[in-house]
Design a protein around this ligand. Structure first.
Ligand SMILES: Cc1cc2nc3c(=O)[nH]c(=O)nc-3n(C[C@H](O)[C@H](O)[C@H](O)COP(=O)(O)O)c2cc1C
Length: 136
């Protein structure tokens, strides 16, 4: 398959769990963000994070800032939190400013519903893959 990447930043495991559901749905490994593959091209990056005291972690922001438009065709976002969707909004802003295509549709899972979010995450993963395929 073309290179589809699932990456996440997770301090307490919630976002990681959702990333793993998405990975299971697409038969891909979900990995924590790292600089290792940041400059190798991928067609679709599925990226997740969470807010801590209202903002995403600086590590996730730095990672997002390093992504270059020539290395990624499209990005889909997911987030877990207590109430805020700010992480997704802030990431969208970063990528839009770089002229990277970001899907409007994103996955939100409340932090207390992570264990019950398998089906929702599967559906999101399949929908995003479908969207990506349709646009190519
Ligand atoms: C220190 C701390 C601060 C948090 N601040 C917020 C917040 O401002 N807004 C919110 O909606 N959730 C907040 N949360 C909840 C987390 O975003 C939520 O638990 C999320 O699922 C954590 O993701 P992770 O387990 O992948 O690290 C906070 C959690 C922690 C531990």
């Amino acid at each position: 398959m073309e290179d589809i990447r699932i990456r996440f930043y997770s301090k307490t495991g919630n976002t990681k769990k959702v990333a793993q559901y998405i990975g299971d749905a697409l038969n891909l490994e979900a990995l924590p963000i790292s600089d290792d593959d940041i400059s190798s091209p991928c067609v679709l990056l599925i990226l997740g994070g969470a807010p801590y005291a209202n903002i995403m972690s600086s590590k996730l922001r730095e990672y997002a800032n390093k992504i270059e438009s020539q290395n990624v065709e499209a990005i889909a976002l997911f987030t877990t939190s207590n109430w805020s969707r700010r992480t997704v909004r802030a990431l969208k802003k970063i990528f839009k400013e770089k002229n990277i295509k970001v899907y409007d549709k994103y996955l939100y899972v409340h932090m207390l519903r992570v264990n019950k979010a398998k089906n929702k995450s599967y559906k999101f993963a399949k929908d995003i893959l479908e969207k990506y395929k349709k646009s190519n």
